[in-house]
Design a protein around this ligand. Sequence first.
Ligand code: NAD
Ligand code: DAU
Length: 332
Amino acid sequence: MGKILVTGGAGFIGSNFVHYVIANTDHHVTVLDKLTYAGNVESITHLPGERLTFVQGDIADPSVVEPLVAASDVLVHYAAESHNDNSLHDPRPFLDTNIIGTYTLIEAARKHGKRFHHISTDEVYGDLELDDPERFTENTPYNPSSPYSSTKAGSDLLVRAWVRSFGLQATISNCSNNYGPYQHVEKFIPRQITNVIDGIRPKLYGKGENVRDWIHANDHSSAVLAIIDKGRIGETYLIGADGEKNNKDVVELILSHMGQDNDAYDHVVDRPGHDLRYAIDSTKLRTELDWKPEFSNFEAGIEDTIKWYRDNEAWWRPQKAETEAKYKEQGQ
Ligand code: NAD
Ligand code: DAU
């Protein structure tokens, strides 16, 4: 049995990973999370206490990080400022957490000789044209567009440099857009589902033609566990499930599954610098580590996600009004 330190384990993907590890392994999990506006400890408090320890703290604070790293076997680093729109209005927290926070963690992992897995995003590669036959691979050059994605790119490069210069025992994964339970209502899919529940029309940025490559959060978790178990040190693995959809199609699918006319949405002002398309080629992960996604039916996954938001209003309701007020100020 191993001891895993999960940063950001009260956030969307981190909490799904904690659920997944507890259900599918014997590992003990310690979550380190600052509980920013995006963190919700209720996403994990119902899990068995003997398998999980929760610590509230900042990954950029070495006095918090050091003892937790020393006491762990493996670190899995999810904590981040994660929302592109926020990074366009207030970039500073993205630098503090995504750059300085990652630096603080890899310094501690180096000092204590611990295995480190860095969670990153496909956004570090920039975007693709709609008709580009190519998809992102591990060899695509970095070309981030937003303050968020540029800080994630910076954090990836720090990890790579620590591997090469200091022999850090690290791997990196870059995943596409996740969906599933426990996602903050600021993000695209939960925003539209909870809007419909509240009688608000879904909001599409620009023409809605932007494409995202959707993967269920559980498939992201199984891929991360495969990389921790079998991944080669120093390597990067792209995680994706061949789930390309444009935003308009996703909104129409949500509306039709929620009993609404499928054109009952509004076009709103576009995101500045809005990446057009992401698409992942996950051949390396699939062939080298024998991984494959389980959630291949996006429509069924969206139906489950709608049900989860309907059934768990107490979880998301406290964030909804403030989130929508912020979007309204931005014309979105
Ligand atoms: P999220 O915003 O839902 O959760 C982030 C968590 O990190 C929150 O619980 C927050 O409280 C915590 N946190 C923030 N700053 C912290 C700090 N300084 N110290 C400690 N904890 C802090 O984000 P998410 O969508 O779950 O993303 C998690 C990770 O996965 C991020 O690294 C993100 O870049 C990456 N990622 C996300 C997606 C996606 O589709 N959401 C896709 C690929 C990669
Ligand atoms: O690709 C991985 C990335 O996916 C992660 O690194 C990020 O942390 C995560 O937030 C996500 O980034 P996106 O910017 O793609 O996600 P978001 O949910 O903000 O938006 C998805 C798409 O939907 C994007 O094209 C913008 C659009 N959108 C978003 C919102 C909130 C709308 O059309 N309307 C909306 O109300």
